[in-house]
Design a protein. Structure first.
Length: 178
């Protein structure tokens, strides 16, 4: 089944805020984050408007693995949601992301979290990300970049965070992704 952004059918897609969550827990974690952010920056039709601080986070789900470094990148774009997903997957491929174990260790993870107020339940893309509202490692850095942000269908990020355990999310002031 193919999903199209309805807005692109007219040929004039609106400018929308798109939020990406980047993480790494293998190899030179910081260099992978910086490289993935650089690759997003080099994407035609995608403009970075904010990058969070770097956070060191304990794994969620499969906990027997190294800690992650995570950031959130906020962008503006007229690209279709599927094009943004394809770009995210291409960035992961470029940094040798291997998917052996679901939720397992990875060189880099580039998740498309939200695209404006877009709601999509497709085979390859769900927007907003189906578990974003449960993940402090996404919401803490996102709140830092966009204090008034809302996650479609769930509410304001600032209102979601108090219900989550954010004890495993620690800001790394010694690291900064440019």
């Amino acid at each position: 089944m193919t999903y199209l952004d309805v807005d692109t059918l007219s040929g004039m897609a609106p400018l929308r805020v798109a939020v990406f969550s980047l993480g790494s827990n293998l190899g030179d974690r910081f260099e992978y984050l910086q490289g993935a952010a650089n690759a997003l920056r080099a994407t035609p039709g995608l403009k970075i408007t904010g990058i969070s601080s770097v956070y060191e986070t304990t794994p969620v789900g499969l906990v027997d693995q190294p800690d992650f470094l995570n950031i959130v990148v906020v962008t503006e774009s007229t690209l279709a949601s599927m094009v943004m997903l394809e770009r995210a997957l291409a960035i992961e491929d470029a940094f040798s992301r291997v998917r052996l174990v679901p939720g397992g260790p990875r060189t880099v993870d580039v998740d498309l979290i939200a695209v404006g107020d877009r709601v999509l339940n497709g085979e390859t893309l769900t927007l907003p990300h189906p578990r974003a509202h449960e993940r402090a490692f996404v919401l803490v850095p996102w709140l830092e970049v966009e204090p008034d942000a809302e996650l479609v269908g769930h509410g304001r990020i600032a209102d979601l965070l108090p219900g989550l355990d954010a004890s495993g999310v620690r800001r790394r002031d010694d690291l900064r992704v440019e």
